[in-house]
Design a protein around this ligand. Structure first.
Ligand SMILES: [Zn+2]
Ligand SMILES: [Zn+2]
Length: 263
């Protein structure tokens, strides 16, 4: 007698080689430890993982001092089967209000390998207002005060943004716009707005990245929703996403860290 799998794993069409948005169990919403994430990444034949736990406004106080210290947490960790996985020290900070306040720990500005930020329920006044104008003001004010390498899930339904202004800001500040697989899977994305953003970013030369926003082993490294979306748009993801090209990504990481050192 054959036993079926106890869960339905999504059909893997490809994998995100360099997944720049993964939550560990340090975030309230993440399931896995750092070492489990390394094992998952090695099993899926990924190259790098960005550990991108939520800023403290999300409800759990996280100490970022260990993961950002390369003497205590190296940039490469070997899995139990001997595969080296690059481990980036990241954060997903919160854009909290119209003034652009954030929980980004400024004292670690150069210690992070990547600084991501996005709108979450912690920005409750903005979530209630559903105002494009207020959200854009919040983002602009954040950018004047804090660093940003990746804007996470810019097309989430709860925080509408203006794509034309968004692409201009991405070009001005050099941050990447994220296409988020798990939010697509969970129906949290305004798909029409996302397609429009991808097209505008492609036309204007703004940087895009594809990330899982994985909280579980079923989500980490997965991009099946993004692959389907691009197919519908007749786009080749290899031309779209900076994290599909190791060299381009490594240059981006170096560039962003240098910019943060002069912030
Ligand atoms: Zn998020
Ligand atoms: Zn996230």
């Amino acid at each position: 007698m054959k036993f079926g799998r106890p869960f339905s794993q999504p059909k893997v069409t490809s994998v995100i080689r360099n997944d720049l948005h993964i939550h560990s169990a340090k975030s309230l919403c993440g399931l896995h430890s750092l070492m489990e994430i390394v094992e998952i990444a090695a099993n899926k034949r990924m190259r790098s993982v960005n550990i991108c736990d939520h800023g403290n406004a999300a409800g759990k106080k996280i100490d970022f001092s260990v993961i950002t210290n390369k003497n205590r947490c190296p940039g490469k960790i070997i899995s139990s089967k001997g595969t080296a996985i690059s481990v980036l020290a990241g954060i997903e900070a919160n854009i909290l209000d119209i003034d652009g306040n954030s929980d980004f720990p400024t004292e670690r500005i150069t210690a992070f390998d990547l600084v991501s930020a996005g709108f979450h329920s912690s920005a409750s006044a903005l979530a209630t207002s559903q105002s494009v104008e207020k959200n854009m003001r919040a983002l602009k004010n954040y950018l004047k005060r804090y660093p940003l390498d990746i804007l996470t899930h810019p097309c989430i339904t709860t925080f509408p943004l203006d794509n034309s202004q968004l692409v201009k800001l991405a070009l001005k500040y050099g941050f990447a716009l994220e296409v988020n697989n798990t939010n697509l899977r969970l129906g949290k994305t305004d798909v029409e707005r996302l397609q429009d953003m991808i097209q505008r970013a492609q036309d204007g030369g703004a940087i895009l990245c594809e990330n899982s926003d994985g909280h579980t082993f079923m989500e980490i490294g997965e991009n099946e929703q993004i692959v389907a979306l691009l197919k519908e748009m007749r786009l080749n993801g290899n031309d779209c996403f900076i994290n599909r090209d190791d060299k381009q990504l490594d240059d981006f990481l170096k560039r962003r860290k240098k910019i943060r050192s002069t912030f």
